[in-house]
Ligand binder design. Structure first.
Ligand code: FCB
Length: 466
């Protein structure tokens, strides 16, 4: 008994700016990430997405890899400014054709696409008009969404509107470490509200559009991080509440309870505005599934210096940490999934991202056939068991997507941080399967039964077919 229901989707996830490269090819317009990466000092090592994994040209090879991995689904994002160079108005047919070819190819291989409409790469032309800070963005986004439903709706069964509102807002508008790089406690809650409004508008467009095929489904992807107090002090308990409100409940309360948590007024102080209550009807449109991205938890201590939450993330001396300094905490995934079911919704859930980065070489010898990554195998094994535990507790989880198919551009960290099942050589761009790719293939082939056994060693895993 594997513990995973029949038809459970085994997938890998990527995003456009992180893998495609050729950001301005064939008539595409620049995105805020193109601009950000070309601003000195923004990205480690001066890296940009100009080449990335060259997936824009190597997509057919990458679909072959997915097939070798026996993936039943692939989650990728559309670059908005590839299909609408100015963000609205004139359509770039060559951009649309790229995604149509990709989808057709996936379907021919029996791989079900899950398409994310927005994975952080706002068209730069729309940023010039206010970007996520103006309510107009909801209309721009739903027009773009409608174009995609019309173009691919007959073939794509699952759509996600937005990837990780928290990161868009916290990285882009509060701390400024991600595009467009603003730092403002005044802007952040407004940007968050407009991101949520845009999501709601796209769901409305989906319901009204003749594009989507019968049974086509739409949802959103939220990243969750359970927050735990570092000590038993009252101050740490309150800090944990604030951190939880700012990270998790901000978006979940809006989407499922039509409100924002009261603690946010405390977090944002005078930056916190009054929002029109009618907006919540739009934000909380019924959706068909919820995607959850999970990487770690947040052990939290009170810290008056931490702006604006006054809640600092602290290290757990007893835990293992990944290359991004994220605590490995598999139980957190079971907790996140049950927390959603217990407090918010019983719609189907998908783990739309989960994975880990470890130090690995930039280049491999040409004759290298595989790269051993035992820690990633152990990480995936533990987290997949955590998903199975949630299913055993009655949570309706329908799929799991490893982050990521390929080593790719990890945003402000550039290419130094590697999350892939497939290693991507930075000079030749050659793909090499890691042990984790072989492990994940066995997981998919056995619908999770291999998780009954302990973490396998590389020698015990079949090589990927050629
Ligand atoms: C998530 C992002 C994804 C990737 C992983 C490591 O927050 O959605 O693009 O960067 O983290």
């Amino acid at each position: 008994m594997s513990g995973f229901p029949p038809g459970f989707l085994w997938g890998a996830a990527t995003s456009a700016y992180q893998i495609e490269g050729s950001p301005l090819a064939d008539g595409a317009g620049p995105s805020i990430w193109h601009r950000f990466a070309h601003t000195p000092g923004r990205i480690a090592n001066g890296d940009t997405g100009d080449v990335a994994c060259d997936h824009y040209r190597r997509w057919a090879e990458d679909v072959r890899w997915m097939h070798r991995l026996r993936l039943s689904s692939y989650r990728f994002s559309v670059s908005w400014s590839r299909v609408l160079p100015e963000g609205k108005g004139a359509v770039n047919q060559r951009g649309l054709d790229f995604y149509a070819r990709l989808v057709d190819h996936l379907l021919e291989r029996g791989i079900s696409p899950m398409v994310t409409l927005y994975h952080w790469d706002l068209p730069a032309a729309l940023d010039d008009r206010g970007g996520w800070l103006t309510r107009d963005v909801a209309g721009w986004f739903s027009d773009y969404a409608e174009l995609m439903f019309k173009t691919l709706g007959d073939r794509v069964p699952q759509w996600a509107t937005i990837n990780e509102p928290w990161v868009i807002v916290d990285g882009g508008y509060l701390h400024g470490v991600l595009a467009p790089g603003h730092q403002s406690a005044f802007e952040a809650p407004r940007a968050a509200h407009n991101v949520l409004l845009a999501h709601g508008a796209a769901v409305e467009a989906f319901r009204a559009s003749p594009g989507p095929r019968a049974g086509g489904r739409i949802g959103i992807v939220i990243n969750l991080e359970p927050k735990d107090p570092f000590s038993s002090s009252e101050a740490d308990a309150r800090a944990t509440q604030r951190a939880d409100a700012q990270f998790n409940r901000h978006y979940m309360d809006a989407l499922f309870h039509k409100r924002y948590p009261e603690d946010l007024a405390e977090v944002y102080g005078e930056g916190w505005p009054a929002f029109p209550s009618l907006d919540f009807d739009r934000i909380a449109q019924p959706i068909d599934f919820l995607g959850i991205n999970y990487y770690s938890r947040g052990l939290t201590a009170d810290d008056p210096e931490d702006w604006p939450t006054r809640a600092r993330k602290v290290r757990n001396p007893a835990a293992e940490y990944t290359a991004l300094d994220w605590e490995e905490y598999p139980e957190g995934l079971t907790r996140a999934l049950t927390w959603v079911r217990d407090n918010y919704t019983s719609i189907p859930l998908y783990v739309t991202e989960n994975g880990a980065a470890y130090d690995e070489p930039d280049t491999l010898d040409e004759d290298t056939r595989t790269l051993d990554d035992p820690r990633r195998v152990a990480y995936l094994h533990a987290h997949l068991r955590a998903v199975r535990d949630a299913i055993a507790k009655g949570v309706d989880v329908r799929g799991y997507y490893a982050w990521s198919l390929l080593d790719n551009m990890e945003w402000a960290h550039g290419y130094a941080i590697r999350f892939g099942l497939l290693h991507v050589d930075r000079s030749s761009l050659r793909r090499t399967p890691k042990t984790s790719a072989r492990f994940f293939r066995q997981v998919a082939l056995s619908n999770g039964s291999v998780l009954d056994a302990e973490v396998p060693r590389a020698e015990a895993l079949e090589a990927l077919p050629t």
